[in-house]
Structure formats: structure tokens, C-alpha cells
Write a protein that binds this ligand. Structure first.
Ligand code: FES
Ligand code: FES
Length: 185
């Protein structure tokens, strides 16, 4: 039996793409295999790990749980490749993850970056408990989460600095980055 294929249009990171996909093609697979955007990672492929998180119309979505044909009905998709500014300046969340050493193998990182970027847009001044809660649905096998939480707070500082509020020192200088390791957030 032949499988139905669909010609779809996806606007990803501001660029219009076309693809011919089977009806059951996952958005995560479409991004990676049809569009070549391999920054989106696939871990569990059933909605648990969050590695595949992208922004659909600005909201975090697990792209392994959305069909590409469904995604085509939305206006805009942002992957990790689309977070940096057009001139290559890293997104504040990317800068913060680098400053705070919030990644080790990096497999989970694209999902955290997109998730946190959307979170801070709606919650620009989180406390530590808020930051911990924000990332609790994404899994990281390496970092112990402490530096990821620090990076969320640091990204908020950087973002507020861009809005004219004086930038705080990096968390490491303030002694706020705990030892690596530990349990879930
Ligand atoms: S790969 Fe999508 S949630 Fe794990
Ligand atoms: S840095 Fe390795 S899984 Fe998170």
C-alpha cells in the first residue's frame, strides 16, 4: 500500500520552506531530514525528554509529538538555529548557557535553549524556584541541572540589561553557580 504524501509549506526561522512529506512525518523528522535543520535533537521520540523542543507560533512544542502537516497550519516555527540575531549575536539564553557552563554533551541543549527563550519572554524576572520549575519538563543526563538553573537566571539578567537595566555580574562571580552534579531540578 502506498502512503499518501503531502506538499507542505513551513516558515522556519523566518524562511519559507516547501517539503513533500508522508502524512505521518513528525515535525522533528521533517526539520532534520527534509529541511536539514539538525540542531533540533531527537531523544525519546515520545514526548518525554524535551530535546526536540521548538517554538511554534512562539510557544514551546515537542516536535516529536506534532506532525509536519499539522505544523504547516501554523504561521511560524523557530528552531535553535533561529535564536541568534541575524548578525550572529547569540541569543541571551545561548550566551548565558555558555557563561554558566550549562551544558556538557549538549544533546539536550537545543531543547533547553528554545524552552527558556520562550519562558523568559513571558517571565522576564524569575526567581530561582521559578527557573527550576521552568526547566523541570526537560531532561538532561549530564549537568545535574544546577548550572542550567543558573543560566536561566543569567539569561534573564542579560535580557533585562538589553532593556536598559544595568547588567549584573555573571553568576559564577557572585558564587551562585553550585557544584555540578545532583539530581533532577
Ligand atoms: S524527542 Fe521529543 S520529547 Fe524526547
Ligand atoms: S548536557 Fe548532556 S544531556 Fe544535557
Amino acid at each position: 500500500m502506498t502512503e499518501d504524501v503531502h506538499d507542505i509549506r513551513l516558515r522556519v526561522n523566518g524562511i519559507q520552506h516547501t517539503a513533500r512529506v508522508p502524512a505521518r512525518r513528525l515535525l522533528s523528522d521533517c526539520l532534520r531530514h527534509d529541511l536539514g535543520l539538525t540542531g533540533t535533537h531527537v531523544g525519546c521520540e515520545h514526548g518525554v525528554c524535551g530535546a526536540c523542543t521548538v517554538l511554534v507560533d512562539g510557544r514551546p512544542v515537542r516536535s516529536c509529538l506534532m506532525l509536519a502537516v499539522s505544523a504547516a497550519q501554523h504561521a511560524d516555527i523557530t528552531t535553535v538555529e533561529g535564536l541568534a540575531a541575524a548578525d550572529g549575536t547569540p541569543h541571551p539564553v545561548q550566551q548565558a548557557f555558555a557563561e554558566c557552563h550549562a551544558l556538557q554533551c549538549g544533546f539536550c541543549t537545543p531543547g533547553f535553549l528554545t524552552l527558556v527563550a520562550a519562558y523568559l519572554r513571558d517571565n522576564p524576572d524569575p526567581g530561582e524556584d521559578d527557573a527550576r520549575e521552568a526547566v523541570t519538563g526537560n531532561l538532561c543526563r549530564c549537568t545535574g541541572y544546577q548550572n542550567i538553573v543558573a543560566a536561566v537566571l543569567r539569561a534573564a539578567e542579560i535580557t533585562r540589561g538589553q532593556d536598559g537595566v544595568p547588567r549584573a555580574r555573571p553568576p559564577a562571580e557572585e558564587g551562585r553557580v553550585p557544584e555540578a552534579g545532583g539530581g533532577r531540578p
